[in-house]
Design a protein around this ligand. Structure first.
Ligand code: LIP
Length: 296
């Protein structure tokens, strides 16, 4: 991808590959090497020493290369709260997305590095160290996986030819479970060919971006919502690959980029509906909304 952001891209790619190497090195031994639990007692949301090591590495490299830039990293922001997006160039980083998979040695996780300029996402780099797939995009210059251009599966397929990704997250409230079950039921009643949960928000976005999945829905819940680092890099890549984004409802974290209509997705949105075509996105959003309403 050629662009004015060539140096940012090169630095982000280089550090993403190093983070991926750290992840591969711990494959199968993670469970023994320092897991903590985020949030309240009884939490099931893990963080490992490798998440923290990767975040420190990315912070160090980006700060050395771009001293005037800001960075919002998952582990720091989880401890201190999600800061508002400022006007300075801001990197938004998930040092391991799919940490629960990582802990179990399930090879479905990745490192995600996005950049916002003027409060807009402009660059995305995601590395999946297990498939050795490097996804990159710079706004206006297309999306690529290992150097080859990628694009969504654009024609809206029939439901019985569709693979749809969903995500229950760590929500375990009675209402939360009812919503997840209602959405799953609605999709199965549509005779969807495949309903899948892969456990990584970032990989889910990328699978839609490169045509492996037709749609993705997440953030059904009030308590456990996806965060800007789940979306930022993937958003740039999937947009460049031709995907359509929406959200289930208006919930979003304060201080986001905003703009557009109320129903427009931005990276501070707490829910996502993503699809390869506008028609699939609209239908999936409607189906999700109706399922949630019926579950309440
Ligand atoms: C995780 C997501 C996953 C979602 C979890 C969590 P982490 O990110 O990718 O899809 O369900 O709530 O946010 O914590 O592994 O970076």
């Amino acid at each position: 991808a050629k662009s004015g952001a060539a140096r940012e891209l090169a630095v982000a790619v280089d550090v993403a590959l190093q983070c991926g190497e750290n992840m591969r090195r711990c494959h199968g031994v993670t469970a023994a090497s320092g897991i903590a639990w985020k949030g309240e007692a009884g939490s099931i949301d893990p963080v490992t020493a490798t998440d923290e090591e990767n975040e420190r590495l990315v912070q160090r490299v980006l700060h050395a290369a771009f001293p005037s830039h800001e960075m919002i990293g998952e582990e720091t922001a989880t401890a201190n709260g999600i800061p508002p997006l400022g006007d300075k160039p801001t990197w938004i980083v998930d040092p391991i997305d799919g940490t629960a998979n990582f802990v179990h040695g399930c090879t479905l996780s990745c490192v995600s590095i996005g950049l916002c300029e003027g409060r807009r996402p402009v660059l995305g780099v995601v590395y999946d160290p297990y498939l050795d797939e490097l996804f990159v995009a710079v706004r206006g210059h297309g999306a690529f996986c290992n150097g080859k251009r990628i694009s969504v599966h654009a024609p809206a397929p029939d439901w019985d030819r569709s693979l749809i990704l969903i995500e229950p997250g760590y929500e375990r409230s009675t209402t939360g479970i009812a919503k997840t079950l209602a959405l799953t039921g609605a999709l199965l009643r549509k005779n969807v060919q495949a309903v899948r949960i892969n456990g990584s928000a970032v990989l889910s976005i990328l699978w839609v971006a490169c045509g492996r999945a037709n749609g993705y829905v997440a953030g059904l819940h009030v308590k456990d919502c996806a965060k800007p680092w789940d979306w930022c890099a993937g958003y740039v890549i999937a947009k460049e690959a031709g995907a359509t984004f929406a959200r289930i409802d208006e919930r979003s974290y304060p201080g986001g980029p905003g703009g557009g209509s109320d129903s427009e997705f931005d990276i501070y949105s707490q829910s996502i509906v993503l699809a390869g075509s506008e028609q699939t996105c609209d239908e999936l959003r409607e189906l999700t909304r109706e399922a949630i309403k019926a579950a309440l």
